[in-house]
Write a protein that binds this ligand. Structure first.
Ligand SMILES: [Zn+2]
Length: 209
């Protein structure tokens, strides 16, 4: 079987049943006949929507890193928590490896993913830069599992629950930005599959193959 023949098939992510792909009508989705989970959807304006969400995510991420997440007040002593100062504290305490890993997992990787998405989607809209778009799609797929902003945010919530017992917490702008990031992140990566973007890629650059 050749690669292009393989493109006609799709595997259910949940139960690994092989299905032959059919063309969907606008706004409909294909369900697995074994386990009923969604295998693929017909996306309306996939590129425009993903591009818009990526911009919002990037701006929210910059806000999340620039402003205070919360201020912690214990017995009248107040301390602002923001990410740059948190990372600086880690470095000052000579936990260099932790500091470097944290910077990559919660900032450098997410920003790289978003900048790559914005670049590749803009190029796809313009139907230009076939080779670069392909490299960026591969890059995003490779580093996506290493973006751990969600894990960081959940651990932050757990820490907050513990702090509630003896401290007064006042949520900051960055906290709101992180809530927005988590919501959109779930939307963008649960709804949009990389295979959809690849399919879009094949459609757009078909002529220049
Ligand atoms: Zn299934």
């Amino acid at each position: 079987m050749t690669d292009s023949e393989l493109d006609n098939f799709i595997i259910c992510k949940k139960c690994h049943t092989l299905h032959r792909k059919i063309k969907l009508h606008k706004g409909t989705k294909a369900l697995c006949k074994q386990c009923d989970s969604v295998i693929y959807r017909h996306h309306h304006n996939l590129i425009d929507n993903t591009l818009a969400i990526s911009w919002v995510l990037l701006i929210a991420l910059i806000i999340g890193f620039s402003f205070s997440i919360m201020s912690i007040n214990i017995n009248g002593i107040s301390q602002e928590l923001n990410l740059p100062s948190l990372i600086i504290v880690i470095f000052n305490n000579e936990y260099y490896l932790v500091g470097i890993m944290l910077s990559f997992l919660i900032f450098i990787f997410p920003v790289t993913i978003l900048l790559s998405l914005i670049t590749l989607l803009t190029l796809m809209k313009l139907k230009k830069g076939k080779y670069l778009v392909k490299r960026l799609l591969i890059l995003v797929a490779q580093i996506a599992p290493w973006s751990m902003l969600d894990i960081f945010f959940i651990s932050l919530l757990v820490a907050m629950v513990k702090l509630f017992a003896f401290a007064q917490l006042e949520l900051g702008v960055a906290f709101g930005a992180f809530v927005l990031i988590m919501t959109l992140d779930i939307f963008i990566f649960k709804r949009i599959n990389f295979s959809d973007l690849w399919e879009e890629y094949n459609n757009i650059y078909k002529e220049s193959r």
